[in-house]
Design a protein around this ligand. Structure first.
Ligand code: SF4
Length: 396
């Protein structure tokens, strides 16, 4: 059944002309993007985004059974990415580098289980060479041929190219040849030069991040894209960021998913500077980030909610705000938990299925490339069993 836009849900008169644009499938401009961010009518905004999403994805909500692997937390930018709680200097307490055997051992958790994707990201280690990553990807694909490998942000790709005195295009080609399926979307933060000067002074610039993704797309490697929000960025910075993603997607068509990422202020310098602890963003901001992303990025098919950052409960609500993808089982998330995320370290397969069903949507398990893996699931477990197994979200 075709999605219908219920105009009675839209109370803010400023959203009415935008609703006409959305209903006609017309692209929204930057001024309209600002109106979306500034409207107090969260329900109206959600109705618009839900309509835009259902027109593309219907009632389906995707999820993946995935396993996160972080091979090292050693990072040469440890002292300049002020929002990061994960990175360590090589000799600092808690610094680690996994050998390939340790990575393969960790990946054994996927054997005989539902895992369909390894999600691999880490720090910019000064000495790890390209062969470490190609051997890792090759070894994982040999041991787990049905599991996709989504690995290495654009920032890591550019760093490996520097270590090798090579180009990011050559690094990407070698990774693809080793079995890389896709790239995650991390490292984009907010493209604004002024914001990067404050939160990520020495990191890859926005233009360079886009260049690496453009190169990946040119090689037939699909990628995800992100925006880190809720720190020092302005509304105009957010809109310019979304516009840059939309322009690249017009050109290459290689983005699969947009994922807004909520900044967490614990255990990092930026949080101290801003005098914040606990959760930096509000539920309103988190839902608005999903909805505006869905409406502005009219050419990216999927918008994902990252439950480790915003809680599974808010992620469930986000499914009515333009979101069609729940981050996967995530066995085990470390990066945002280092920054103070109080959510569970992973969700069990049936918990995600029930979370999506609870929002009156149709759960669809997917692989990294959004091929449908499964949509028939066992009936829900008895309520008592379900309530015991629901994810624990501790008070901050
Ligand atoms: S955000 Fe990434 S590049 Fe920056 S310090 Fe952390 S791990 Fe390193």
């Amino acid at each position: 059944m075709a999605a219908e836009l219920d105009l009675s849900l839209i109370r803010d008169p400023a959203l009415r002309p935008i609703a006409e644009h959305v209903a006609e499938g017309r692209r929204l401009d930057a001024v309209q993007g600002r109106t979306l961010y500034e409207s107090p009518d969260l329900i109206g905004l959600g109705a618009l985004a839900d309509f835009a999403n259902q027109r593309v994805n219907g009632d389906r909500v995707f999820f993946s059974a995935n396993q996160h692997i972080n091979p090292t937390n050693v990072c040469i930018l440890r002292n300049t990415c002020t929002f990061c709680s994960f990175a360590r200097m090589p000799k600092e307490d808690g610094a680690y580098v996994r050998s390939l055997d340790e990575v393969f051992e960790e990946a054994e958790a996927a054997r005989n289980g539902p895992t369909r994707e390894f999600h691999i990201v880490g720090g910019l280690h000064p000495k790890l060479k390209l062969s470490y990553y190609t051997d890792m990807i090759r070894g994982l694909r040999e041991r787990h041929p049905s599991v996709h490998v989504k690995a290495l942000t654009a920032v890591e790709i550019a760093h490996i190219a520097r270590v090798e005195r090579s180009s990011s295009l050559e690094v990407l080609a070698a990774l693809k040849e080793a079995g890389l399926t896709s790239l995650p979307g991390g490292g984009a933060e907010v493209f604004s030069t002024a914001v990067r000067a404050t939160i990520a002074e020495r990191k890859l610039s926005g233009e360079e991040w886009l260049r690496v993704h453009r190169e990946a797309h040119s090689l037939g490697i699909p990628t995800n894209c992100t925006m880190l929000y809720g720190h020092v960025e302005t509304t105009d910075d957010r809109i310019a960021h979304l516009d840059a993603l939309r322009l690249l997607q017009d050109e290459s068509g290689g983005f699969l998913t947009y994922i807004p990422l909520a900044y967490h202020p614990d255990n990092n310098e930026l949080g101290e500077e801003l005098g914040r602890t606990g959760t930096a963003t509000t539920g309103y901001e988190d839902l608005r980030a999903i909805a505006v992303g869905r409406l502005m990025l009219d050419n990216i098919p999927h918008v994902k909610t990252h439950w480790p950052m915003v809680t599974p409960f808010l992620s469930q609500v986000a499914l009515a705000f333009g979101c069609d993808d729940v981050e996967g089982t995530v066995v085990f998330e470390r990066i945002y938990h280092d920054a103070g995320a109080q959510t569970a370290m992973h969700l069990r397969y049936h918990e995600i299925v029930e979370l999506i069903r609870g929002a009156a949507r149709v759960p669809v398990e997917r692989d990294s490339l959004y091929h449908e893996v499964r949509r028939e699931f066992d009936p829900p477990p008895p309520m008592r069993e379900l309530s015991r197994s629901l994810p624990v979200v501790h008070a901050a």
